[in-house]
Design a protein around this ligand. Structure first.
Ligand code: FAD
Length: 475
């Protein structure tokens, strides 16, 4: 019965938030703006909540870095992409956004993922209309619309055909190619073992993630959002015990204050809040736990964790004078290896996700160079023989915000912590979905339901209900 109530209630975006509002006697404040990457949703928002204990400039001898970071806001407390601050070693240097490879595609199998990326593509194409700031120069996103090329074996061909059918139904421009067509268009590809390929004709390619981040940051700052940098260490909340119509007991919580340890300072800043958006990427599982998510009996909603954890992924950059030319798309081989051009000088970058049983230790961001030699280079040079002579120039590692349940985003409210929302768990496709997910979270916060894209399959409750949002096209 609780399951059914959740399903119905949450589909309408109601349970928890309305219950909490009635019981707690307080109302949800409107959001003033957004501080992190995924919280930067349109349309512009206005504030109805006043600052109280919030002091944007804590008095300390050592507060010089405050203007440099993003992290939380008085009305909307938000963990999200931030970056190194002046003179301070920063916890944020490991953020995924700036370590990603900047790809956007509509070649997914789930309609929701296709729709998210279609909106984001439109957003990116018109970025200077969305993010223009008076007197500031226009953004140069360096969007490279070269498309994605997915390759499939005999075994994967039928799935690819189905995926492309869905993609086209949703409005994406994707074509199927036979091995012969592939050889003609991209003669540098060895088509052995390839039965079918799908190629994005529009709205796919890659862009500069740093530029998008800067653009969002600049825009929200111009709208009055305050940025500062620190680590969320504690949530202060109140609880209400409720009984469902089926007689199950649940505890509803409302967060009133977030404790933030300021960077480069001994200060802890208490921040009163109406809304908390957990957009802490690979660390959002930890943040959720800090707020009490998953602290209950196994098998209950109270005991359901946010299944998001850091998974280390390597990116290698190589030079190859004989490599594919400017027409090269981002190629996703059937082996799982991918690559794309980087700039115009015969440089390329790529990698592949390790097998589940070979996941590297996420405790640090050291690069495993043997992984390239053993797992990446052999299939790469098989598919593109010119890559036999490549020379690796550098490499880095970053964390996927990996959703171990179904490798898809978690978007929307927590059913029991009535003012915590999620924008996380994107497992390697979160950058491209950021503009659309920002909008979806804003809709949920302001209207209580998704308005433009129905992201119900991505709600937190699916972890409790055991309903996976299965996506076939994960890289
Ligand atoms: C190698 C690699 C390649 C990728 N390629 C692509 C791609 O081609 N296309 C694509 O769409 N996506 C890609 N991704 C995924 C994408 O980068 C992420 O999904 C996206 O950047 C997540 O953004 P975010 O703002 O949620 O997280 P992040 O950018 O990681 O930001 C989270 C922030 O939360 C902060 N934080 C954590 N804990 C706390 C705390 N306690 N208090 C305060 N702040 C905290 C962190 O310091 C961090 O700054 C890739 C990822 C990697 C690692």
């Amino acid at each position: 019965m609780l399951r059914r109530a959740l399903w119905l209630g949450l589909r309408r975006g109601l349970l928890g938030r309305e219950l909490g509002t009635r019981r707690g006697g307080s109302t949800l404040g409107k959001v003033e703006g957004s501080g992190g990457y995924h919280g930067s949703g349109m349309p512009p928002m206005s504030s109805h909540v006043t600052f109280r204990t919030w002091d944007p400039w804590p008095r300390s001898e050592d507060s010089g870095s405050l203007e440099e970071g993003i992290s939380y806001l008085p009305e909307l407390v938000q963990s999200g992409q931030v970056y190194g601050s002046r003179g301070c070693p920063s916890q944020y240097s490991q953020a995924s956004t700036v370590l990603s490879v900047g790809g956007i595609r509509q070649q997914f199998s789930l309609p929701e993922n296709i729709q998210l990326s279609l909106f984001s593509a439109e957003f990116l194409r018109n970025i200077n209309e969305y993010l223009a700031v008076v007197d500031d120069p226009p953004l140069d996103l360096q969007f490279n619309p070269s498309g994605y090329l997915f390759l499939a074996s005999e075994k994967g061909a039928a799935t690819m055909e189905n995926n492309v059918k869905v993609q086209r139904q949703e409005g994406a421009k994707v074509c199927l190619m036979s091995p012969e067509q592939l050889r003609k268009k991209f003669p540098w590809i060895n088509t052995e073992g390839v039965a079918l390929a799908s190629y994005g004709l529009e709205n796919e390619g890659w862009f500069d993630p740093w530029c998008l981040l800067q653009g969002l940051r600049r825009k929200v700052q111009s709208m009055g959002v305050l940025f500062c940098q620190g680590e969320v260490t504690r949530f202060v909340s109140s609880s209400t015990h409720m009984e469902t119509i089926s007689g199950e007991e649940v505890t509803l919580k409302r967060i009133h204050e977030v404790q933030v340890k300021m960077d480069c300072s001994q200060e802890y800043q208490p921040v009163e809040c109406a809304i908390v958006v957990n957009a802490a990427g690979a660390w959002s599982g930890q943040i959720a736990e800090l707020a009490g998510v998953g602290k209950g009996l196994p098998g209950t909603l109270q005991g359901t964790k946010l299944p998001v954890e850091p998974r280390k992924r390597y990116v290698y950059l190589w030079h190859c004078p004989q490599g594919p030319g400017l027409e090269a798309p981002l190629v996703a081989d059937l082996s799982g290896v991918y690559f794309r051009r980087e700039g115009l000088g015969n440089n390329y970058l790529g990698g592949c996700s390790p097998a589940e049983e070979e996941e590297p230790d996420p405790g640090n961001l050291e690069v495993d160079h043997d992984f390239f030699q053993e797992k990446v280079w052999p299939p790469l040079a098989w598919r593109v023989p010119a890559f036999e002579t490549l020379k690796v120039q550098r490499a880095w590692a970053g964390y996927y915000d990996y959703n171990t349940f179904d490798q898809n985003g978690v978007v929307g409210p927590h059913p029991l912590i009535v003012n915590m929302y999620f924008a996380t768990g994107f497992s390697g496709h979160g950058l491209q979905q950021a503009p659309a997910v920002g909008r979806a979270v804003a809709e949920m916060v302001l209207e209580g339901h998704f308005q433009t894209i129905n992201l119900s399959p991505f709600l937190f409750t699916r972890f409790y209900l055991g309903e996976k949002a299965l996506e076939h096209c994960i890289l």
